[in-house]
Design a protein around this ligand. Sequence first.
Ligand SMILES: Nc1ncnc2c1ncn2[C@@H]1O[C@H](COP(=O)(O)OP(=O)(O)O)[C@@H](O)[C@H]1O
Ligand SMILES: [Mg+2]
Length: 326
Amino acid sequence: MATLEIDALEVRIGAAGLKVLEDVTLRVEPGEVLGIVGESGSGKSMLALAIMELLPGVARYAGGTLRWDGEDMIAAGPDAWRKRRGRDLAMIFQEPMTALNPVHRVGRQVEEVLVRRRGMSRDAARREAQALFQRVEIPRAAAMLDAYPHEMSGGMRQRVMIAMALATHARLLIADEPTTALDVTVQSQILGLLRDLRRDTGMSMLFITHDLGVIAEMADRVAVLYAGRVAETAPVREIFDSARHPYTRALLSAIPKTSGPRERLASIPGSVPALDAFPTGCRFAPRCAMRRDACDARAPRLRDATAGHAVACIEPFGYVSDEDGP
Ligand SMILES: Nc1ncnc2c1ncn2[C@@H]1O[C@H](COP(=O)(O)OP(=O)(O)O)[C@@H](O)[C@H]1O
Ligand SMILES: [Mg+2]
């Protein structure tokens, strides 16, 4: 059974009921890393918050289901969800400062989680917090337990957040752009750490990033999000070798080259439309090089191109001539 199974999820914002997520269908299997990729404004963070039941006040669930081990969470309600958050789910953000309490020492904050969620004594929690700091490769772990968040670098703060996620024994870690604010060297250290933890603990991850390079390093499968809808979902290798959605192809061609002379960072012309300016048809159509009249009729639904590879486009790459082979 999938750990997390989302089916036709819809989330709306404000009195006007603008759809920030629509017809989102995806699943995360036990031990799997599902990468979510898309430009800024695609709805990636909203999706993470919807899974945690931490939507901002203006947003509400408006359709579809979200199942944990088969349990329909939206129907089960806030109490059931709170239990899941305490037991099975953990989240790390781009800016760990927002989740850490600035007036408490970081060790104390990890201990708090261990005492409250795992019923440990203070002494045991202290020892476990130190072990967790070592586990996430914080140097001088014993001394660092006594540091305040502002005394640590961004990379070290993110390690504290990861230690906290481990403290809960979460089965699914939602990571929303966890390395975007970090410099390249620290970023690759944190990604390496997360890969090790995943291997050692078997936890699943929903790894959110705008960066396909990070997706290549982290994900087993990928869902490409565009303007609140899933454009394409496939195993990571197929996303890079035989992407079918024009948006995925555009993202791929916008990856900056790391070899050869340094080129200007390419980007896709235009930007993700605002919620009140979604086209009636395919939301990517206004920016799509392959656009045809039929694209404006309705938003295409996600359908299987091959087993495990689905695409929401009326005429995706490889569909007519199947040049990608079987
Ligand atoms: N609290 C909010 N109130 C109104 N609109 C919001 C709010 N948060 C996000 N949005 C809008 O929802 C869309 C998706 O945002 P977000 O999930 O943050 O995208 P991403 O994380 O992919 O950059 C954007 O159009 C954004 O402007
Ligand atoms: Mg975001």
